[in-house]
Design a binder for this molecule. Sequence first.
Ligand code: E4P
Length: 218
Amino acid sequence: MRIFLDTANISQIRQGVKLGVISGVTTNPSLVSKEGLKDYKAIVKEICSLVPGPVSAEVVVNETEAMLKQAREIATWAANVVVKIPSTTQGLEVISVLAKENIKVNMTLCFTLNQAILGALAGAAYVSPFVGRLDDISHDGMALVKDIVDVFKNYKLKTEVLAASIRHPQHCVAAAKAGAHIATVPYQVLMQMMQHPLTDAGIARFLADWQRVQRQQR
Ligand code: E4P
């Protein structure tokens, strides 16, 4: 499973990329607005220049023609930009046109297997089931990820499953077990993925023992 960072925060992206495990970034209008950033194009271009892989940037209009126009514009911002299109009827039409123009799409706000199947048939490069938001309304978000993975495998659909709305490290474990191609994670979750108290305790003990040896040698 590959790991993307789910953020528009430049310093988090710089830090994450330094670790050598981040192969893409996803943003959305809420994440961009959280950073108080005004120039959408400039921030997406900066993120694209920092990340060795796909960077998802979402359209911020809803009507078919307007979405298409904006998606085509976003696609010119960088070679590694991927346009995020919502899982709606209008979105589906837009995805099918963009796919014919070889513009990569991440179909976002996916909450059902049917939406995922249609997105794949329309030619989306990625579909993003929102795990945490389904869990929030007492649905099993990870069961949806597994269903999509299984069905895409059955029919040899090339669309990748990008587990999104990841809220904690256990979601990452479950996404990997479910066979998600990618999990997009907030920076804090990335940090939590590497934490273990026994690792910290083990280092403390090793260093203490090592210092004792050093003292004995003096
Ligand atoms: C990623 O593509 C999504 O925009 C993001 O994971 C949504 O996460 P949230 O449900 O925590 O806002």
